[in-house]
Ligand binder design. Sequence first.
Ligand SMILES: O=P(O)(O)O[C@H]1O[C@H](CO)[C@@H](O)[C@H]1O
Ligand SMILES: O=c1cc[nH]c(=O)[nH]1
Length: 234
Amino acid sequence: MATPHNAAKPGDIAKTVLMPGDPLRAKYIADNFLEDVTCFNTVRNMFGYTGTYKGKRVSVMGGGMGMPSIGIYSYELYHFYDVESIIRIGSAGGIGDDIKVRDVVIGMGASTDSNYAEQYKLPGTYAPIADFSLLRKAVEAAEEKNIKVVVGNILSSDHFYNDYEKTNELWKKMNIAAVEMEAAALYMIAARANKKALCILTVSDHVFTGEALPAEERQTSFREMMEIALEIAD
Ligand SMILES: O=P(O)(O)O[C@H]1O[C@H](CO)[C@@H](O)[C@H]1O
Ligand SMILES: O=c1cc[nH]c(=O)[nH]1
């Protein structure tokens, strides 16, 4: 039962899928953390793998950049492949003054400048939030591993390059910790499907200070976030 974007057959994908934006980060996780790995998707090079982590069956698949992209992949995983939980693991730009490069940020809520919620025809403003059980497990796993995490409101933006330079200052006034581009849509799709989602981020650069992770450090700095996500997969 393939979809236009996923060649997996029924049963190929585990109940929990870790979803980085970059498909090569999915491959990195499969190569470095999983055992008995099989590749279930290469359509559009959006690699997807299933393997085991400490004996647990878990999948990892790229989700692409932006809400339309993660919207397609997460919708298909929830609705056509019986996936229960998607844990996005991504990079983010720091916004809060107390946020530093390499910090791990968990999106309890995901504010957005996107109109992704328009499709639901709601008579008000929807607040996209993480699944509490996944959020709690992630915080507990981080505590056990002595990893400091910031839990708060993140911004899922349609714009990596924004023409209006005051935008991030306005979001900062509302106590937004960091900016990325997918979590709000993922949280909405999960809610609508009655499934679970969480977004864990590593700060790769800071929007105001200009501090940035060197390219070669990105993979290793993302390790803590990957380990938290793998621990809570069930
Ligand atoms: O590192 P990933 O998961 O791709 O996430 C962030 O990086 C991309 C922008 O460079 C956007 O997808 C943003 O959300
Ligand atoms: O979406 C993103 C990701 C990393 N850094 C940013 O500034 N934005």
